[in-house]
Design a protein around this ligand. Sequence first.
Ligand SMILES: Nc1nc2c(ncn2[C@@H]2O[C@H](COP(=O)(O)OP(=O)(O)OP(=O)(O)O)[C@@H](O)[C@H]2O)c(=O)[nH]1
Ligand SMILES: [Mg+2]
Length: 352
Amino acid sequence: MEPRSSRRKGREDRGAAIRPKRGAKPSGAILDTAFRRAYRATPHGQSRLDRSRRRAQLKIVRSSATVIRQIHAFERPFIRPPLPPFSRTLLDRSFGAGKLDRVLTRLHRAQERIRGLTQEAERDLRARSTTADFAESVRMFYGRLASFVREVDPDIELARQFDEFLKDRPRLDPRIPTLVVAGFPNVGKSSLVARLSTARPKVADYPFTTLAIAVGHTDLGFDRLQVLDTPGILGRARKSNPAEAEAETAVTGAASMVLFVIDPTGSSGYSVADQERLLLRWKEEFPQLPILEVETKSDLLKRPGGRLAVSAETGEGIETLRQTVERVLRERSLFAEAGAVPSVEVIDTEET
Ligand SMILES: Nc1nc2c(ncn2[C@@H]2O[C@H](COP(=O)(O)OP(=O)(O)OP(=O)(O)O)[C@@H](O)[C@H]2O)c(=O)[nH]1
Ligand SMILES: [Mg+2]
């Protein structure tokens, strides 16, 4: 029986993934924990030699189990519950296609290899017969274990980055339609999202206040809608910054419908002509996607032309906007039938 304090410590080790110090390799902290746990092994046995062999075996088994558990903790956020399709798309776009799968495969393989190594070490131990031999067997095992863990340092590091990235992003429910609110920077997208949904994004009078997508929810009749706030998009031919790229990913990867927000007042700092150009391009690029155009800040300026005019400031046009969104979604049957489990992908193919 281990002493009380060490049992408590043991439980801590079983918790979430170890957080190594900034700049330190994860393998260092993982191995420290594993060896510390292994060192605390207090075996039973008939003879001194029995106990010595048993102690060596416990060291091997415990250090191995701790390391496997720790490596697993880094892959767990992407496995259970399974990553929603859009989270995967975001990772692929931001870190490179297929990177997550490669990292997960390597982490998985490392655990398998450590299991094999452990069995081999236990066999080796059984063939030995002196205390010095047992110690030698453990030493060899520790050396190989350490090099296996160090091999996956880059993968653990990446898994951690993926996790941090996704923690700052909403998990979209693929069964619920998503209205992506998009447009140029500083035009009032976040203000509208706040008017339309439960989200309370930061609103400020400068471009790129919103740097990452954020979700709010709202009810339309008996159905639920996800409203996605996005960073501004400048629509330049080549160079898009990571925030713009994320907004584009939302439009192409998550939108059941886009709310394209145009600021006709000039107060955003961007010309109406540039905004119209981006809208036109999207209509051509995504002919299947319902794109609803609104002109916002109607409390400052209202232009003729037939577009829905809204104001996040006064609430003008917001109810009409909600009704229009609901009508379009219903016309296109984008609300889930009860019991059905459609996904955004299914919706896309239905439209073609
Ligand atoms: N008068 C008026 N001002 C508005 C309205 N909507 C937004 N604004 C102002 O416009 C500025 C930008 O608003 P945001 O909602 O942050 O705009 P955004 O498009 O989300 O900006 P980014 O996240 O930087 O792309 C803020 O100063 C808001 O107060 C509106 O309907 N009327
Ligand atoms: Mg914003």
